[in-house]
Design a protein around this ligand. Structure first.
Ligand SMILES: N[C@@H](CCC(=O)N[C@@H](CS)C(=O)NCC(=O)O)C(=O)O
Length: 315
């Protein structure tokens, strides 16, 4: 009896190992090769959470147990436990095929191209984390290069980050990616369904990109963090403070009257502006008092989705 069970479990384990190897190709997913027992442990790519992935995997007939509850402290949200004894080898093969990158409807994982030191990449990562969208981020741009290669330019002719690949669909322009992901995964919530509320959100997103960013924040950051001290022009920094402070006071007054950018609920509009405030507050210059902005921002930072984004220092 025991040798039969042992042989059966071995064939099921091997089917799962083979399916993982095939379907997780090119993704930063790790797993062990169990010597015995009934389970295999895997670790998802950076930024993913097993709890958040579970409902999507179940939709595709793959179930697992998220690893976090097994930890006494500091859980690793990326871990999960797969049982290889509860399905036949054919089921294991087919279910992983349908849930994996071989799925004709596209891979489970959104691919985000761009270094996390970019504010525009941070917006996209924050959106994906907020919505629990499984993603893989590839460092690109600046010191990581890649953006000027023909293959990257084919995706994004601007040779800038971020770019996302959602199956066969490729998209660039950070705020547009935030809109796209919100509309796709959170219609009626992050992407407001009512036209007036939606365009209120759109307006603030454009304000971040067209006013707040170019008028001051960008200039200050580049000057203070990315320019050699001997090449810095103090006048430029002062000008950028003078240009930006009135905008921030306006933002503070806006958030004095309502908890989020477009009213009572967090929407896509809060994302780019939170990333802008992260940058503003992280720049080493005298800071204007913004009590309402700070309270709103603290609330967003308190959400686990902001980890690895708004808790990073600027570089
Ligand atoms: N409007 C674009 C701007 C993109 C952009 O300027 N990206 C910068 C980083 S924030 C970039 O790619 N810089 C060159 C590099 O990193 O190599 C967007 O919002 O996505």
């Amino acid at each position: 009896m025991l040798p039969t069970i042992r042989a059966l479990y071995k064939s099921q384990r091997d089917a799962m190992l083979a399916a993982l190897k095939r379907e997780m190709q090119g993704l930063d997913v790790q797993w062990n090769t169990p010597d015995g027992g009934m389970f295999l442990w895997a670790r998802l790519p950076q930024g993913m959470s097993a709890v958040e992935l579970l409902p999507r995997a179940v939709e595709k007939n793959v179930a697992f147990v998220p690893g976090a509850p097994f930890y006494a402290q500091d859980p690793d949200l990326r871990t999960l436990r797969l049982s290889f004894v509860t399905a036949t080898t054919e089921q294991i093969d087919n279910r992983h095929r349908s849930a994996g990158t071989g799925d004709p409807r596209g891979p489970l994982v959104l691919k985000i191209w761009g270094r996390i030191s970019s504010i525009n990449v941070r917006k996209v990562v924050l959106t994906a984390q907020w919505l629990g969208i499984p993603f893989e981020r590839v460092d690109a741009g600046h010191e990581f290069g890649i953006v000027k290669t023909p293959a990257y330019r084919d995706m994004n002719p601007n040779a800038l980050v971020p770019t996302v690949e959602d199956g066969d669909f490729r998209l660039w322009e950070s705020n547009v990616i935030v809109r796209y992901l919100s509309a796709k995964h959170s219609m009626g919530a992050l992407y407001p369904a009512a036209l007036e509320q939606r365009f209120d959100a759109e307006r603030w997103m454009d304000w971040q990109q067209d006013d707040a960013e170019p008028r001051g924040v960008e200039m200050r950051l580049w000057h203070l963090l990315r320019t050699a001290p001997e090449k810095r022009q103090p006048q430029l920094i002062e000008d950028s403070i003078a240009l930006t402070e009135p905008l921030l006071r306006m933002l503070d007054a806006h958030l004095a009257a309502q908890p989020f950018m477009t009213g009572d609920a967090f929407t896509m509009a809060d994302i780019p502006i939170a990333c802008e405030i992260h940058r503003w507050r992280g720049t080493p210059v005298p800071q204007v008092e913004l009590p309402h902005v700070d309270a709103w921002y603290a609330g967003i930072c308190g959400n686990p989705a902001s980890r690895g984004v708004l808790d990073l220092s600027l570089s």
